[in-house]
Design a protein around this ligand. Sequence first.
Ligand code: URA
Length: 262
Amino acid sequence: MKKEARDLAREFKTFLANNEEEDFIMKAGAAKTPASSTMPEKENPAETAAPSFSDGEKAEILAETASAIARCQRCPLGTTRIKAVPGEGNPNARLMFIGEGPGFDEDHQGRPFVGRAGQLLDKMIEAMGLQRGEVFIANMVKCHPMIDATDTEKRGNDRPPSLEEIALCRKFIESQIAVIRPQYIVALGGVAAKSLIKDTSLSALRGKVHELELDSADLDGSVKIIATYHPAALLRNPNWKKDAWEDLKMLMREMNLKIPGK
Ligand code: URA
């Protein structure tokens, strides 16, 4: 591991061990940001502000982030969860899907999108000609928001995360994005779309490719993001699937992926 990465990993460990309130994500972003990086100038100026974490560094930082999530008690969801759901997938994913928060099945398994909505998401990924294992799947909040927090065994007890819960959890998704540096993100549903793109309606955000901007990392326009319907919304309103497929085809054209039947 390079010296810089070793230092960064050590900082993560110190933060995690001391449970310091300091925002370690800022370091993850800043360490790879040209303005504040101690790395030498890029030799090829045409190169984008591409991720320069090695596979090992990415794995280590993602594992440290997952372990910080598992211990997090910054909001009450941390005390009522069964399992934290950090997210999963390919650390080198070109494409990342981000939902709102874990539901019943995810809370019980500690994995994102494994219930009925997850099965539909798998189909959407496969319709794009990709496999679930090729992408990275995560949520805005990492613990199950419940209507009745005293009954973890009740189905249909899910609610969207509050703005405060999203704000308190935000550093984790920002860290994952900064480390993975996908080229593309799909925000699944209004919660993720509003939190990551702009606080407006989902319909105002769909149909366009946006540039992602994060407070904690200078992505320099390298991460594009689109918004589409949440798979749970598609289960409730199957007539929206056609529009969701249009959103995914727009993304596939951007990504130069082959559109079936074309
Ligand atoms: N809905 C979400 O937003 N995320 C999940 O992981 C599951 C359902």
